[in-house]
Design a protein around this ligand. Sequence first.
Ligand SMILES: [Zn+2]
Length: 333
Amino acid sequence: MRKILIHLRTSVKFLFLIVLSAIMIVSLVAFAYKPIYSVTFNGELIGYCEDKVEMQKKINEFIENGESENVAFVQIDELPEYELCLLKKGIVTNDEEILAKVKETGTEYYHYYAITVDNKEKYYVSSFSEAEDVVKKLKDKKSDNIDKIRVVEKYEKKLATFTDTDKIVKKLYVKPEVKQTVTYASTHYQATGTMSISRGANNTKKKVDIGISLINPLSGVISSEFGGRWGTIHKGLDIAAPAGTKIKAAAAGTVKFSGWNSGGYGNLVIISHGNGVETYYAHCSAVDVKAGQKVSQGQVVSRVGNTGDSYGNHCHFEVRVNGVAQNPRNYVY
Ligand SMILES: [Zn+2]
């Protein structure tokens, strides 16, 4: 009995020693080695970083906001690739350098607004509210050229020089002729955006096969393109047309939603076409269909309006495939 007890004691001791040494070995390894990621960018090894999540977060932040004011987003051709490697302590990580290299290749796109007269860009302002302010002031002063003044949304690689709104009003103001009695319509301006970005292949009207063919929901002027490779900028195509213009279903389907959307879409119609394809028609003045209703291609579903976060009468048209907004230019117009 005593013998067994001693035997048991030694084996417990032995076990304890094994566990202890195992812990020591593991902590030694952990001390000597730590997980480090090698970072490859555009096919070239550019360094090592410890925390790839943090690194990617920083890169994403840069892509979404850039570094200076008025940057809409930054376009980067390729994202870095990370590969886990167990390296001996002593290898230097160079997060800042990596970040700098990635930033170097990015193209910043600035977002601002142009005030145009007769479609000629005259002055630039930083925000839509400033542009609106200029138009409002000119309207209040009954400036004679108010019908020729437009606000154009700009996405450009270079930032324009901004002018103070009061100065713009002063420069653009044209005294109205006294005898004339003019009735001013409620909206004298509408965005007729030019956006020269990320069109590339889309420009060639290449149609992408999504299993159904879409038709143009209405004819009008494209006032703002689908924009931003990283999906955060503009999820649809803006088609400017007079208020009340009929908007047609781009394809047959079932109405998934019809009514007010408080998220900025205003009056919105969503049609489900099967194959994971959905189309959105937003900022409508009125809707003509109900959720659950079947619609045929070309059937009028709503009317052009200026509801929700909108800057003039237009239809914001989205094509979503499995929930992801696609460039409508790939299918229509
Ligand atoms: Zn839009």
